[in-house]
Design a protein around this ligand. Structure first.
Ligand code: D3A
Length: 421
């Protein structure tokens, strides 16, 4: 999953992008506020603390949902992370792992069940899983049924892929359906159960997940290929075999040109789902649900724009800067904000397409479809752009300097007061 965590951006980053400062400050304050709002019952306290540990900013977006839906989404998220932890743990023998994955949807009803695996925060989640079960048992029946159904289908899908490689692009779509498309289906059911939304089609809900998951698989190439013990890879052979003989050859400098062409092919494949994602989001009514759905989608197209034609994907971590994430969280309120963001990131991507790339025509045609949808919405005027200007905005820089001076002054005055000077 995409992650954004940690403290406010460094001073250097803020001087380079001064208008990141205010959204970062707002996000930091919202995170502080959320930390104070953790419920007092021990099982709910565990679940919300765990959610914040796994992804601070995502926890914030979940926390702005209405109480009942928020509790259901929090539990759904933790159940899926637990299932993921079992799937990812390469030290569990297949004959032990498969039955756990297949029966996970029953274990969530049993607070006496637990299975120790994973590392760090995920080990805590697994060891203390009884808190998640106890909280699950307090959810409304329709929420429980949706979570149970998706956990059952996802567990079976993960079990199927334990011994199966991702060969074709159909396998790739099928694997992404199990691990993220089904999340989309489950969330659509939870939104509907909360009473504010129509039930979205399975097809569009699936596309929401595929767009996010494919972006993560592209971005995480190096992290996954270098993992010890070796983790499984999800780039489909049907795509990478056009460029190299072995998937790991993409990371070697002598293959840079082929590697970037393969990367661009993968990005072009992911772009297929952007249109459906826009259609899904345009049907949402509740502002909090809308924000919860739209932020990850904008982060995904932003990440694709960053990764496209970028050899750094094979050298280190390519991630949207924290200030840009904070801006997305701050600015995403309505469908016109989403059209604006998709438009900006698609333009950015288009400007990076080299006409000699083997898939250039396909990439450009997919981008033009997205750009046309955004233009046809008729809402692109009067908005702040995400496209970075080459020169920082020095008006904002002045505001930042002023804030820092005021901060120092404030700290100085309150120190003097506490010493009664
Ligand atoms: C498809 O799933 C959806 C969704 O469908 C309708 C609506 C909203 C969110 C998700 C989805 C999700 O979002 C995260 C994700 C990626 C892959 C799977 N998931 C997922 C798992 C479980 C749930 C929801 Cl309940 C995206 C994610 O992990 N983020 C969002 C962006 C955040 C980090 C975490 C921003 C950042 O970088 O800090």
């Amino acid at each position: 999953m995409i992650s954004f965590d940690g403290e406010m951006g460094s001073l250097g980053a803020i001087v380079k992008h001064p208008d990141d400062f205010y959204p970062l400050l707002k996000l930091k304050m919202a995170a502080r506020h959320a930390e104070k709002q953790i419920p007092s019952e021990p099982h709910w306290a565990f679940c919300y603390t765990m959610l914040q540990k796994v992804s601070r900013s995502f926890a914030l977006v979940i926390q702005q949902l209405g109480t009942d839906l928020r509790n259901a989404v929090c539990i759904f998220y933790l159940v899926l992370r637990a299932l993921d932890t079992v799937e990812d743990d390469t030290s569990i023998p297949t004959e032990v792992k498969v039955p756990i994955l297949m029966a996970f949807h029953r274990h969530i009803y049993d607070p006496d069940w637990h299975f120790s695996c994973g590392t760090k925060d995920y080990k805590v989640l697994m060891d203390e899983f009884h808190h998640v079960s106890t909280a699950f048992l307090e959810l409304g029946r329709s929420y429980q049924e949706a979570i149970e159904d998706i956990t059952m289908r996802m567990g079976a899908g993960m079990a199927k892929f334990i011994c199966k490689e991702v060969e074709t692009t159909d396998d790739y779509d099928e694997y992404c359906h199990y691990v993220a498309g089904l999340v989309g289906l489950g969330l659509s059911k939870l939104f509907h159960a909360s009473g504010t939304e129509d039930l979205a089609s399975d097809y569009l809900s699936n596309s929401m997940g595929l767009f996010l998951q494919k972006t993560n698989i592209i971005r995480d190439y190096l992290e996954d290929i270098n993992e010890i013990p070796k983790s499984r890879m999800f780039w489909p052979r049907q795509i990478w075999s056009k460029y190299v003989n072995k998937l790991e050859d993409l990371k070697y400098e002598e293959n840079s040109i082929k590697a970037v062409q393969c990367l661009n092919d993968m990005v072009t494949n992911a772009l297929l789902h952007a249109e459906d994602a826009l259609t899904y989001m345009s049907a949402l009514r509740d502002p909090a649900i809308f924000k919860f759905c739209a932020i990850p989608q904008i982060m995904a197209i932003g990440t694709l724009a960053l990764c496209y034609n970028n050899v750094e994907v094979f050298r280190g971590v390519v991630k949207m800067r924290r200030g840009l994430t904070a801006k997305v969280i701050d600015r995403t309120k309505t469908m016109s904000d989403v059209y604006g963001a998709f438009f900006d990131f698609s333009c950015m991507l288009k400007s990076k397409v080299d006409k000699n790339d083997p898939n250039a025509t396909k990439t450009l045609s997919r981008l033009d479809t997205i750009l046309k949808t955004c233009r046809d919405s008729g809402t692109l005027n009067k908005r702040k752009s995400y496209i970075v200007k080459s020169e920082p905005n020095y008006n904002s820089a002045m505001v930042v300097v002023l804030f820092i001076i005021l901060g120092i002054l404030f700290a100085y005055l309150s120190a003097n007061r506490s010493m009664n000077i």
